[in-house]
Ligand binder design. Structure first.
Ligand code: MN
Length: 439
């Protein structure tokens, strides 16, 4: 297992008891970064670290002199409204800050009193979009998603021949990126209904979610110079959750020949907390391919990628309909899967994105693509779960869903667990569907 250090020790305890509640996503072994301000305060956003039920204010901690040297410089970079400057500093700086945070937050820390004064309860915090995103790229790395969706359109040839050679992706839209909690207004667009001879402008009828990870880029590369797969991890700050809301009826009419456009660009939701690659080190697993599949081309292959390129991130999507909310029913899980099933790794995405000389920049965002596992109940979209709306999904209380309806709250979660290590979580990425605006 690469790159383990004292911050990963399962024996570590924080003096903040809530960090070690059994269901806490944020024990001292996690330490994810985000931006926040006190709700209703009008304060500027600044960097923070989630610990238990609180946020450690990095601007306050930096001003209070909690850190030295490289950690202090990194905390200073995070004392700003976005994490871009911290992301730009690279793994040595992130690691120095993580170690310093671990040491001030653990039981017995001499700086406990000072650090306590820098905590804000998460219930009082408004969380922001973690970075100013220059570019957003959505990949398509799940072979199970690609195959199940492909089968609906091409029963005899579900998987296109390029999938096993190219990490497929398209360039997305950054202006409509929002953080968890933002409503998703049902988009209006061109629909070509079955049997019609011309399209009409109408509200989307096949609104869907996509269970994805958000991969946040750290230091970039110079235009024209590619990032070698062996260096790729040093260019990735960390991972959060992403819901790539999708209007399937708009998408199916518009997507040929250039790919998704208005079917995707109306909104994309990310979770507020970014779990660093360092925090994820214990959950690395080998990158494997099924017997008989082609090996990746050399620029998409490295010893480290083979040994530990994949990550066992357990992901799930739940729904709470308006009726469930009114009846005080708990959300119901739609699907769960693991990122370990992805056909392409984070390092392969970075190497491929830059191989032609395209430059990445700090704060750029990759969507992992919808993550689905081999079984139907591991499907990360309604398109798969309801087989294109043909087999509506049954919910408690007698409701069914082929696609999303107004009032539905879609809730994404993820966590990592492994024997001998602390469980770490990703927090929440959610959004409620609201009615379409008038056409
Ligand atoms: Mn997607």
């Amino acid at each position: 297992m690469p790159d383990l250090n004292e911050t990963h020790s399962a024996a570590l305890r924080s003096w903040l008891a809530s960090a070690h509640a059994p269901d806490s996503d944020f024990p001292i072994q996690n330490l994810p970064f985000g931006v926040f301000r006190r709700r209703g305060s009008g304060e500027p956003f600044r960097g923070g670290v989630a610990i238990g039920d609180a946020v450690l204010d990095l601007a306050a901690a930096h001003a209070a002199g909690l850190f030295d040297g490289e950690a202090a410089a990194a905390a200073g970079a995070a004392a700003t409204p976005t994490l871009n400057a911290l992301m730009a500093r690279g793994p040595r700086a992130w690691s120095a800050l993580r170690l310093a945070l671990s040491r001030v937050l653990r039981v017995g820390a001499s700086a406990e009193r000072t650090a306590r004064a820098c905590l804000v309860p998460q219930t009082d915090a408004e969380l922001g979009l973690p970075a100013q995103v220059g570019d957003y790229t959505d990949f398509y790395t799940s072979i199970h998603h690609a195959t199940r969706v492909g089968r609906q359109f091409r029963p005899d040839n579900p998987l296109l021949p390029n999938f096993k050679w190219v990490p497929i992706g398209y360039h997305g839209r950054t202006s409509s990126l929002v953080v968890s909690g933002h409503d998703v207004v049902r988009p209006v667009g061109q629909l070509m209904l079955p049997g019609a001879d011309r399209p009409q402008l109408a509200p989307c009828r096949r609104l869907d979610f996509e269970l994805e990870l958000a991969i946040w880029v750290g230091p970039g590369n110079v235009l024209g110079e590619r990032i070698d797969i062996g260096d790729a991890d040093a260019h990735v700050f960390g991972i959060g959750l992403l819901n790539d809301w999708s209007a399937r009826d708009i998408q199916s009419w518009e997507y040929q020949p250039l790919g998704p456009f208005l079917g995707k660009n109306f909104l994309t939701t990310v979770s507020p907390w970014i779990v660093t690659l360092e925090a994820l080190a214990p959950f690395r697993v080998p990158f494997t391919r099924p017997e008989g599949d082609p090996p990746p081309l050399a620029y998409l292959d490295s010893p480290r990628n083979r040994i530990a390129g994949a990550i066992d991130i357990r992901m799930e999507a739940s729904i709470e309909t308006a009726a469930m909310c009114a009846a005080a029913r708990a959300p119901v899980r739609l699907a769960r899967t693991s990122y370990r099933h992805a056909y392409w790794t984070v390092a392969q995405m970075v190497a491929h994105h830059t191989v032609g000389g395209c430059n990445l920049q700090p704060g750029d965002l990759f969507g992992s693509g919808t993550q689905s596992g081999p079984a139907l109940e591991e499907s990360g979209s309604m398109l798969e779960l309801s087989e294109g709306g043909q087999r509506p999904f049954a919910l408690p209380g007698g409701e069914t869903r082929g696609f999303l309806e107004d009032g539905d709250d879609v809730i994404l979660h993820a966590h990592c667990e492994r024997e001998g290590f602390a469980r770490i979580g990703f927090g929440t990425c959610r959004g409620v569907v609201r009615p379409a605006r008038a056409t």
